[in-house]
Ligand binder design. Structure first.
Ligand SMILES: Cc1ncc(COP(=O)(O)O)c(C=O)c1O
Length: 379
């Protein structure tokens, strides 16, 4: 069986290091806001050449806290892509705002030519979602944001290490929101997230918001003001155990990304003779292949055969946001969201994580080619 994803092989490799580190961390007697967190925040920011940022409890909370940091009020509107993960929308709704969905292009990213028509006098921000590991067109988004004085909150949950014109995703907009959910390129063994910010004022705000509104920047004040909130906030902490695991894994993240790109290139090479629609890496991007998502109008026949051959796949995501009961009240105009609807019916993702062997990727490709040949779907 080739699993779609599993952390077990990675854990086997890193087990000695991780268990030693966790034991060491627990022996220090500090569960939250200790040395491991401070070290991780410093290293993460230095990796992304950013001055300000803070770790939080998850990618969803990173988005929610960023929205709260720009003082979103009930009824404000936020623009994002129709094919995003549910958490992008739940963060928008939980901030009090209304999501405005924009259709996508063939690259599965927000279609920038359709953003302006969704802007109203209530629009406050755009959330570009760098889906599957590739950046949205940040020049176009920045231009629109400037024109209408909107904030940009990048959803980088799937784009750790990805670049747009040699700039890291998460460092281009006003806020960059990362997820350390275990399946992600830099995954913890639990939940975690990070917000990168551009300026000190936003930084102080996210630091307060992640910890009940308590002022924590001045270390001496942590204790003095521990029971005093300056504004209503959240509980969104990255604990010492997850921080220590991430401190180990951060060292390997470039290796993880290189391996993903290498495996993706094998998929590209081997599958080009099939009539599967392969991913579209844009020229200005460094695509990090969080997912290798392909499209076929009659995908079910392929998926059935792959399952028979013990190859796991996943559909990410089978339902665009406008098709979900949970968001029906927004009466999204489905006519405007045709591409994301069409894509959702034919997409599926193939296994792609650094611990897969080249031979396994080749086996997947061979199996697909045999299936496609039988269906007369080779080019
Ligand atoms: C595009 C996108 N946004 C947001 C999130 C939310 O991240 P988390 O699971 O860490 O809350 C995820 C991950 O599930 C995601 O894929």
């Amino acid at each position: 069986m080739i699993k779609f994803w599993s952390y077990k092989r990675e854990f086997k490799k890193l087990k000695k290091n991780i268990l030693k580190k966790v034991e060491n961390t627990l022996s220090k007697g500090v569960i939250f806001f200790g040395d491991e967190l401070i070290k991780f925040e410093k290293k993460f920011l230095s990796k992304y050449k950013s001055k300000y940022g803070a770790a939080v409890g998850s990618g969803t909370e990173a988005l929610l806290i960023s929205l709260k940091a720009i003082n979103i009020r009930e009824g404000d509107e936020i623009i994002t892509a129709a094919n995003t993960a549910i958490p992008t929308i739940s963060a928008i709704v939980n901030s009090g705002a209304i999501p405005r969905l924009v259709d996508i292009g063939n690259d599965y990213l927000i279609d920038c030519s359709k953003i302006e028509r969704e802007i109203t006098n209530k629009t406050r921000a755009i959330i570009p979602v760098h889906l599957y590991g590739q950046s949205c067109d940040m020049d176009k988004i920045t231009k629109i944001a400037k024109k209408y004085r909107l904030k940009i909150i990048e959803d980088c949950a799937q784009s750790q290490g990805a670049m747009y014109k040699n700039k890291f995703t998460g460092t281009i907009g006003d806020f960059g929101c990362f997820s350390f959910y275990p399946t992600k390129i830099l995954g913890a063994y639990g939940d975690g997230g990070f917000i990168i910010t551009k300026n000190y004022k936003d930084f102080t705000k996210i630091k307060r918001l992640r910890y009940y509104g308590i002022e924590t920047l001045d270390k001496k004040n942590i204790y003095k003001n521990k029971y005093y909130s300056n504004e209503n906030g959240f509980n969104s902490r990255l604990d010492e155990i997850q921080s220590s695991i991430l401190n180990i894994k951060l060292k390997y993240v470039d290796q993880f990304i290189s391996k993903r790109i290498k495996l993706a290139n094998i998929y590209f090479k081997e599958l080009k003779e099939t009539n599967l629609v392969l991913p579209y890496p844009n020229k200005s991007n460094k695509h990090v292949f969080h997912l290798f998502t392909v499209f076929h109008r009659k995908k079910d026949k392929i998926l059935k055969q792959l399952k028979k051959n013990q190859i796991e796949t996943r559909i990410i995501y089978p339902y665009p946001i406008d098709k979900m009961k949970g968001y029906k009240m927004y009466n999204f105009n489905k006519e405007k969201l045709i591409i994301s609807s069409k894509k959702s019916k034919g997409i599926f993702s193939l296994p792609l994580y650094p611990e897969l062997n080249i031979s396994e990727i080749k086996k997947i490709c061979k199996t697909i080619k045999v299936i496609m040949k039988k269906l007369d779907w080779l080019k």
